[in-house]
Design a binder for this molecule. Structure first.
Ligand SMILES: *[C@@H]1O[C@H](CO)[C@@H](O)[C@H](O)[C@H]1NC(C)=O
Ligand SMILES: *[C@@H]1O[C@H](CO)[C@@H](O)[C@H](O)[C@H]1NC(C)=O
Ligand SMILES: *[C@@H]1O[C@H](CO)[C@@H](O)[C@H](O)[C@H]1NC(C)=O
Length: 408
């Protein structure tokens, strides 16, 4: 209870409330002639870590002199972030868990007994539930909105917010954060200040801790009173947004379009990245075809060129893959790179072939006709000559017959 001294007044009230709320019940469940009572002196303390609360208890008095038994405790608590009950079993007398201090804190606990006299079977005592609704003070409607954090290239994180629907004049916002390697909460290292006032916080990489709860709270003060507290708990590795993919290069080799790029700069390890390539193909008829390729692991990619494509544009973005985080944000798209492909439209091609064929055919026909014509002409001349000779012979003959008497 010494710890409570350094907490704000409302937290002490909270811890005391829980103590006085403890039900003084004895269990109906018995084992080996003993009542299996729920744990005693349950106490929930807030060390001031923005929702990371500790639950403590003591062994029930009825089981104190028991030998040859293992006593365990089953703690169930409502995870307000995932909206489900979580269950743990422990032999210890304490457990720490993350709660959302804007919502009721619900804890259920029971004793589990396993003894030689129970023939090695487990006996579960009755379960007791504690619910505590943290008191929320502050000007109604002043809680901040649209809070979200982006861890840029794993180099720095920015958490931003909007003011609440009610923003008392001259109010000032504060952000506090904590993770398990810190002894106490700290105020934002560098506020992002817009014309309206503080609207975000920038965390250098050194102030963050991955794979651990990273708790944040935004509160505020104003002449009209304090603003309502807003609590958040994130895991920073799930908020990474890689930087833009740069140096994208497209080439065409043997009818295949090949795309190469460099991994984004920043601190995200290469094996933690996946890529998405979006290609937009302009076809010969002016139509566009879009294609998206997802879950690419390498920094290169080849695709056969579409026969009827005139121009193919590519852009790439990246994200942390499922092997390295449970979530993340897509980077911005890279610059669009394109490849124009020398395409001879079909009709021109056919036309050309046609022209050539017609040309050749024309020449052949011409030659053929000339040859035939020549043949015919030669024959006619020959015929003429023959006729002339025949005629001459005939004339000579006739002349000779007519004229012979004269010359006789
Ligand atoms: C346990 O043992 C102590 C001393 O041996 C005794 O005073 C106490 O009453 C016992 N408790 C129970 C629950 O039997
Ligand atoms: C344990 O087993 C014995 C015999 O095997 C039996 O007589 C006894 O009732 C059992 N006790 C419990 C608690 O099951
Ligand atoms: C805001 O919250 C922090 C951490 O709990 C606390 O130390 C501080 O006093 C609070 N400020 C206001 C104005 O409520």
């Amino acid at each position: 209870m010494l710890l409570l001294n350094k907490f704000p007044a409302w937290l002490s009230v909270f811890a005391l409330l829980l103590l006085t709320q403890e039900p003084v019940s004895t269990s109906e469940v018995t084992a080996c002639g003993l009542a299996v009572d729920p744990p005693a002196n349950i106490e929930i303390t807030d060390p001031g870590f923005l929702g990371y609360l500790s639950v403590h208890w003591t062994q029930p008095a009825s089981l104190q002199n028991l030998t040859g038994c293992t006593v365990r405790y089953q703690l169930r608590y409502y995870d307000t972030y995932e909206e489900r009950w979580r269950s743990v079993r422990t032999v210890k007398l304490t457990y720490a868990a993350q709660f959302d201090l804007e919502k009721p804190v619900k804890v259920r606990i029971l004793t589990v007994l396993k003894c030689a006299c129970t023939n090695g079977t487990e006996v579960q005592g009755e379960e007791n539930e504690w619910v505590y609704t943290p008191e929320t003070t502050g000007v109604a409607g002043s809680r901040i909105r649209d809070f979200h954090c982006v861890y840029y290239g794993k180099e720095y994180m920015e958490c931003t917010w909007e003011s609440g629907p009610v923003q008392p004049p001259n109010s000032q916002h504060y952000l506090y954060y904590w993770h398990r390697e810190m002894d106490e909460t700290k105020e934002c290292p560098e506020y992002i200040i817009l014309s309206e006032g503080r609207r975000g916080c920038r965390f250098p990489r050194e102030s963050l801790l991955e794979f651990s709860k990273f708790n944040l709270c935004v509160n505020g003060s104003s002449p009209a009173g304090s603003l309502k507290m807003a609590y958040f708990s994130i895991e920073v590795q799930n908020h990474v947004k890689p930087t833009v993919v740069s140096s994208v290069h497209v080439s065409e080799i043997d009818g295949e379009l090949k795309l190469d790029w460099s991994p984004p700069s920043g601190q995200v390890p290469e094996h933690c990245l996946e890529y998405e390539v979006e290609s937009s193909i302009t076809m010969e008829n002016g139509k566009e075809k879009q294609m998206v390729l997802q879950n690419l692991e390498d920094t290169s990619y080849g695709v056969p060129r579409e026969a009827e494509s005139q121009k193919t544009c590519f852009r790439i973005r990246s994200k942390v893959n499922m092997y390295c985080a449970d979530g993340g944000f897509w980077s911005d798209w890279s610059q669009t790179k394109y490849k124009e492909t020398q395409y001879i439209p079909k009709w021109t091609y056919l036309g050309l072939v046609g022209l050539v064929v017609i040309g050749i055919a024309g020449v052949i026909i011409l030659c053929l006709s000339l040859w035939i014509l020549k043949k015919i002409c030669i024959k006619k001349i020959n015929k003429k000559d023959a006729l002339y000779t025949l005629y001459k012979e005939k004339v000579n003959e006739t002349m000779l017959t007519i004229l012979s008497p004269i010359f006789k």
